[in-house]
Design a protein around this ligand. Structure first.
Ligand code: C5P
Length: 232
């Protein structure tokens, strides 16, 4: 898969998501289904969107004991999502178990990427709540290396970290980056943001874009602008 824009379908229910996708005509953008929509609508929505021809990043961020994650991943794998994810904090053993669960009898599987430290975690909360005293950049790179060691395909990271992740883990290790904003738009609650063009420059493989597209007056135009800036 090459560079692409993934639209975060951050909607509370299926009708809103379908109404939104209706504005794309025959286009079938790559979409992300997160916890809110998945918990509201369940696996059927994933099947439906796959049948319509969308590629899907199922952003459920699993984190549990290895055997539980393995069996949960086996269930998700049958939904034919294109990308699944988990928390690298679950350890290398958990990530290896997840990959085993995700791998279908014919050897194929969705891509699997890891969340390192959430972008909502800063140095202070990491030190105080998690008792991790190392610099956060070092922690993020360490978690990325653990994900690579476990055999995963990449990480979710800030576009500002994409270049460093490629340096440390290799250029083939995928970087999927949220926190993207147009130069003139509101950053909302995202603290460290980049434009689609800057994310491209930084070497991100996929950008995940929510509000700049789903809340745009003209979502299709906003999506096409992202594609133009990021993919070219
Ligand atoms: O609206 P916005 O473009 O900020 O949406 C970004 C999407 O990426 C949201 O669905 C958010 O949950 C997700 N995300 C993120 N930061 C992470 C992981 C996921 O913003 N570290």
């Amino acid at each position: 898969m090459g560079k692409d824009v993934i639209i975060a379908l951050d909607f509370p229910a299926k009708d809103k998501a379908l109404e939104f996708l209706g504005r794309f005509g025959e286009k079938r953008p790559f979409v992300k289904i997160g916890m809110e929509l998945f918990y509201a609508e369940g696996p059927q929505l994933v099947r439906e969107l796959k049948e319509r021809g969308h590629r899907i990043f199922l952003d459920l961020k699993l984190h549990d004991i290895p055997s539980t994650v393995k069996s949960a991943m086996a269930v998700l794998s049958r939904l034919n999502a294109d990308i699944c994810n988990l928390h690298a904090g679950g350890t290398v053993n958990m990530m290896k178990a997840a990959l085993e669960g995700l791998t279908r009898p014919d050897g194929t599987r969705p891509l699997l990427i890891a969340v390192t430290q959430l972008t909502s975690t800063d140095q202070e909360s990491m030190e105080r709540d998690l008792l991790i005293k190392e610099p956060i950049d070092k922690v993020v790179m360490h978690y990325a290396l653990c994900a690579k060691e476990a055999g995963l395909d990449g990480v979710v990271c800030s576009p500002l970290e994409a270049g460093k992740v490629h340096e440390v883990c290799g250029s083939g290790f995928l970087t999927v980056t949220p926190g993207v904003r147009f130069a003139e738009s509101d950053t909302g609650d995202q603290k460290r943001v980049m434009t689609p063009a800057a994310a491209k420059e930084a070497g991100a493989d996929y950008i995940v874009v929510g509000r700049p597209i789903i809340r745009a007056e003209d979502p299709l135009a906003a999506y096409e602008r992202c594609l133009k800036e990021f993919v070219g």
